[in-house]
Design a protein around this ligand. Structure first.
Ligand code: SAM
Ligand code: SF4
Ligand code: SF4
Length: 369
């Protein structure tokens, strides 16, 4: 078992709250937290392992060959994940994103996708079922993912310059293979495909405009993500963050842009379109423009802990309930109670200078990005 995770679990896990009363939370019956935010999205981390060592996420010096990744028995099984997902859906979840670590490394991931794709939302619709991947295995797996029922994918690409790309993934992985993966996903209809670029000043910010140019006039939606202070190992510094406003300014100077409305309340990305009709881009400004008030996301870690914020220092152990004989009603009530007690708004507090610097944060590769 992962020593680091045991430490975190023992030191800082919040106690699972007592069973809450089974009261309706809103007119639609969906659960709401203390800031009146519904539970709409569930991100499920299916593995804490990855074949990349992105400098901003799993730096090699920390995630070396002796790093204590979780043993297989600690991971939620596909049946456990599907059971929990069904109980989250009962509280109003409509969107599920599989993530990690690198989700395509999880053996037989298609089997899990098929199980999740068979679930229906409270209103009887198919889930919005998606997956975030580094794209390394996408060319090989795209067809099987589609056939299993995956709706679409988001692929992380931090640079179009092969040398920069390899430097950022720090696994010497070639860009061309990821681009082949994107094409394969597009060919089988896993769209609309989003491309995520984490911008780190001095590392790949010179690639902002080339990336915009490359994905303009294509069916792919490029999203620029501000480099975040997630986890405790990436040595984050504010001056390495390129604010979204600067990203927009730099692109707009060459490819004129105008803002457009969000698709729905709670959308993480701010949207801009090219004035010449060449498509749109998204900006995810977790550092400079916190969007906590609209945050409707819960995260289920690889070993079944529920986190109500990316920056939480502790999770709630659902695996213990799953493996301890709890009924569906008991687990659903526990999930509801945890969400009702939620008041997280780390990014807003950070922006106000109020987020505690001494917090021991969980790594993104474990909690799920
Ligand atoms: N391995 C998959 C991938 O890279 O797409 C999925 C997991 S990854 C943790 C999910 C997303 O988080 C990726 O788009 C990645 O670029 C982003 N990410 C990781 N560390 C980050 C950081 N420090 N700041 C901002 N985004 C980060
Ligand atoms: Fe792996 Fe994704 Fe983290 Fe990169 S961002 S190290 S691909 S989990
Ligand atoms: Fe949501 Fe926490 Fe991020 Fe705020 S800091 S947007 S509450 S995950």
């Amino acid at each position: 078992m992962n020593q680091k995770v045991i430490f975190l679990a023992n030191q800082s896990d919040a106690a699972v709250p007592p069973m809450p009363p089974a009261a309706a939370d809103a007119a639609d019956g969906n659960v709401r937290d203390r800031l009146q935010r519904p539970l709409h999205d569930l991100r499920i981390s299916v593995t804490d392992r990855c074949n990349f060592r992105c400098v901003y996420c799993m730096p090699k010096e920390v995630f070396g060959k002796d790093y204590p990744f979780l043993p297989h028995a600690a991971l939620l099984s596909f049946e456990e994940i599907t059971r929990v997902a069904r109980l989250f859906i009962a509280h109003g979840v409509e969107k599920i994103r599989l993530t990690g670590g690198e989700p395509l490394l999880r053996k037989d991931i298609e089997t899990l996708i098929a199980q999740l794709a068979a679930l229906r939302t409270r209103s009887g619709r198919p889930l919005d079922l998606t997956l975030t991947t580094n794209g390394a295995l996408l060319a090989k797996k795209a067809r099987a993912l589609k056939e299993a029922g995956l709706a679409r994918v988001t692929v992380s690409v931090d640079s179009l310059d092969d040398a920069t790309f390899r430097r950022m993934n720090d696994a010497d992985f070639p860009l061309a293979k990821v681009l082949q993966g994107i094409d394969a996903a597009h060919a089988v209809g896993l769209g609309p495909i989003k491309i995520n670029m984490v911008v780190k000043r001095g590392m790949n910010d010179h690639e902002i405009v080339p990336m915009a140019r490359r994905f303009k006039d294509t069916p792919f939606i490029l999203r620029f993500i501000e480099y975040m202070d997630v986890g405790a190992s990436n040595g984050w510094k504010m001056d390495e963050v390129v604010p979204s406003a600067e990203v927009v300014r730099r692109i707009d100077a060459e490819l004129p842009l105008q803002p457009i409305a969000a698709n729905y309340a709670g959308e993480t990305a701010e949207r801009w379109r090219y004035r010449d009709g060449g498509g749109e881009i998204g900006l995810i400004s977790s550092v400079t423009r916190a969007f906590c008030r609209d945050c409707t996301r819960a995260r289920l870690s690889t070993e079944g802990k529920l986190y109500t914020c990316l920056f939480a220092t502790g999770g709630h152990d659902l695996r213990a309930l799953l493996r301890g004989g709890a009924s569906d009603d008991q687990i659903a009530a526990t999930i509801g109670g945890i969400w009702r007690a939620r008041a997280d708004r780390y990014s807003e507090l950070r922006a106000d200078g109020g987020a505690g610097p001494a917090q021991k944060k969980i790594e993104m590769s474990y909690i799920g990005g």
